[in-house]
Design a protein around this ligand. Sequence first.
Ligand code: SF4
Length: 437
Amino acid sequence: MKIGVISLGCAKNLVDTENLLGILSLGNQEIVQNYEDAEAIIINTYGFIESAKSEAIDTILEAASYKEQGLKKLIVMGCLSQRYKPQLVEELPEVDRFITLNEYKDLGKILSEELGVKIPNTYGKTSRILSGKPWMAYLKIAEGCDNKCSYCAIPGIRGPLDSFPEEELVREARRLASQGVKELNLIAQDSSRYGYDWDHRLHLSSLLKQLDEIEGLRWIRILYLYPDEIPDDLLETIRQSRHILPYFDIPTQHGSNRMLRAMNRRGSREEILERVQTIRNTFENAVLRTTLITGFPGETEEDHQLSLDLLEKIRWDHLGAFTYSKEEDTPSYELEDDVPPEEKDRRLQEIYELQNRIVQEDRQKLLHHSCTILIEGYEGITSMYKGRSEMFAPDGTDGFVRVRSDRNLKPGDMIRAEYIRINGYSMTAEDRGDADD
Ligand code: SF4
């Protein structure tokens, strides 16, 4: 059967989609890129914020229009199905089946019944098919979240923390490395809590030590570390490793203790500062990334200034900031959304203006420093290669580096390079030969 697969949302959802592609491929189904040719379309949705819901609904309606051109089955899975299945069944009769997250263990069986073909019922247990660049993969180390951030609907959708067994993850990582993956990015809702659901202890260090031994993996990066759960032994594991990058993605969300408490976040701005200082003392080349929310209910100008102040004190390498929006089924939904939209936008703009200045000032310090770059493509207009150094995660938010080289480089090559021109976010490096293993 010709099947089109659409993946929406975050890297965690992408891993689910790649697991889906794995069982479809094992069942000898043909994956088509052109949806006009598809006999079935499966959409893996994301739906924990308003904009993601709208995008998912638009995508479903657009896919449904192919039913006039021969599409026989339209199937929707993922967060949106999990969250709204009863309403969706009523309101979107164009969709033949909504599959919730709880049903994934029987995904092959359900798809076999729906599509009338034989698909193995081995979702998550067999090789996934990487849908992106073959040298990079995400490794989802856990599902769900036990934290109760008051603005977040994810625990209600994805359920409590469920860490995947170490031996399965190591096996999957080995398989990915044997397929040519050089860069592995560990993801979860809160990666720092990996294993906490087993015995109330953190097991990330133990997992990392095993992954670090895998032949072929050159970069291992951890995304989403909760600020109060980055213990010294984790830093020591990274420091002693061969391939784990000192890249710290630490969503802090706010710089005011009053707001952190209102958001039901653990830890204080003082503790965040202390952890960042320890990281910087441990790693000369630490890369730090965070996310911030502005305009949370009750946020005053003083709170906002505290966020700016923390930003100035820490000087993150990368930042993503968002204005607060009310989400159904979250504790903060009941709170009055009392910061006017134009004020939220003004605060967001101030955050980004400050971040832009920090980037402008701090990246200059990297000029003539050496780095390793993973080549990802070629840019005709500048006649330069494009790639990412250690300081850029692959999820599209950190950016990229242009590379000047006389050599014939291929996507996936890893080279040594020197930064030769830096202007804020725009960075150019020069090829200095192949990178060591
Ligand atoms: S850590 Fe907080 S924001 Fe992140 S998924 Fe869990 S509850 Fe949501």
